[in-house]
Design a protein around this ligand. Structure first.
Ligand SMILES: Nc1nc(=O)c2c([nH]1)NC[C@@H]1CN(c3ccc(C(=O)N[C@@H](CCC(=O)O)C(=O)O)cc3)C=[N+]21
Length: 297
């Protein structure tokens, strides 16, 4: 392997420690802890695991974690009513409604009911708009924010690099492209209808893969020395029957022969997503308390 390994787990631990220190200062200044409310509808096993790790990270960082577990048959109106209650609760700084929601609930409607200034996922249209116009009031989606953090740590200033984003979701691809544009990269967004995808990827100094297709990005898609960020979290059949393993959207071993630096899966972007959720919650708490945003977040 020629590429440097970008250690997202270590970067996430460092960020969480910094958030923890600042959360203690927030508590000293305000007499209360920053609070994150999580809402889970139904019992999807993957969602339950993610919520558990988000909640324990929140507690470890010295913030309050308030969880609402609702049965799978909860009506949309009931979820909306809960969100309204959390919006009005002064002890709640951040609201996270775990996705996906059951199909009888309109996720966009739920997200757009969240107070934009408590929308620590950054999924509300108001935050998408703020990000698109470069308004610093934006709460930015955690996964692309985590990717940007890793890229800055690896490359320093990103000005002038050609960044190719594979995937155009509202949660990762589009906000990732906005962030990279904000860093003065030249940005290409690609997707399932893009022609000559391997060739376009090969022109990338920065390649961000967020398509959800296991090991789609191959060696010959990568410019020698490029920085590769793998957002994919795909569960595929493992070596032993009945077992699964986690792979990214990048064929890691072969890509690492060519790339300059690359994130692994697991241990890359995933842990950064959770660290950024804590970061966003603390930022939201400072704004709501009328305190200046702490340095170094
Ligand atoms: N409202 C909402 N906000 C989210 O941010 C959100 C969501 N819904 N629904 C589900 C996805 C998924 N997601 C992950 C977070 C951390 C890891 C993570 O830490 N992954 C570890 C490994 C985890 C494992 O072993 O399964 C890693 O990559 O190293 C992965 C995925 C947040 N999501």
């Amino acid at each position: 392997m020629a590429a440097r390994l970008i250690d997202g787990k270590a970067a996430a631990a460092a960020l969480r420690a910094r958030v923890g220190g600042l959360a203690a200062m927030f508590e000293a200044a305000t007499g209360r802890r920053a609070g994150l409310a999580t809402v889970l509808v139904g019992e999807d096993p993957a969602s339950s695991v993610y919520i558990r790790s988000k909640r324990s990270a929140t507690g470890e960082a010295g913030m309050e974690s308030i969880h609402h577990a609702l049965p799978a048959d909860t009506s949309e109106a009931e979820v909306l009513a809960l969100v309204e209650t959390l919006n009005a609760d002064p002890a709640i700084d951040g609201i996270l409604v775990q996705l996906p929601l059951p199909s009888h609930i309109d996720a966009a409607r739920v997200i757009d009911t969240i107070d934009p200034d408590k929308d620590v996922d950054g999924f509300h249209v108001v935050n998408a708009g703020r990000l698109a116009v470069g308004d610093p009031a934006a709460l930015v989606p955690c996964t692309p924010l985590g990717c940007l953090h890793l890229l800055r740590a690896e490359l320093g200033k990103l000005t002038g690099y050609h960044a190719v984003v594979i995937g155009r979701s509202n949660i990762v691809g589009k906000p990732m492209a906005s962030l990279l544009l904000g860093e003065s990269c030249t940005v290409t967004i690609t997707h399932s209808h893009t022609r000559d995808l391997p060739e376009i990827c090969r022109s990338a100094d920065i390649l961000v893969a967020a398509v959800g297709r296991p090991e789609m990005v191959k060696t010959d898609w990568i410019k020698p020395g490029a920085t590769v960020i793998d957002v994919g979290i795909n569960r595929v059949p493992g070596a032993e029957p009945g077992k699964t393993r986690l792979v990214g959207d990048v064929a890691f071993a072969e890509a690492a022969e060519v790339a300059g630096a690359i994130t692994p899966v697991p241990g890359g972007v995933g842990p950064m997503t959770i660290a950024m959720l804590l970061r966003n919650t603390l930022v939201a708490a400072h704004r709501r308390a009328g305190l200046p945003q702490p340095e170094g977040l």
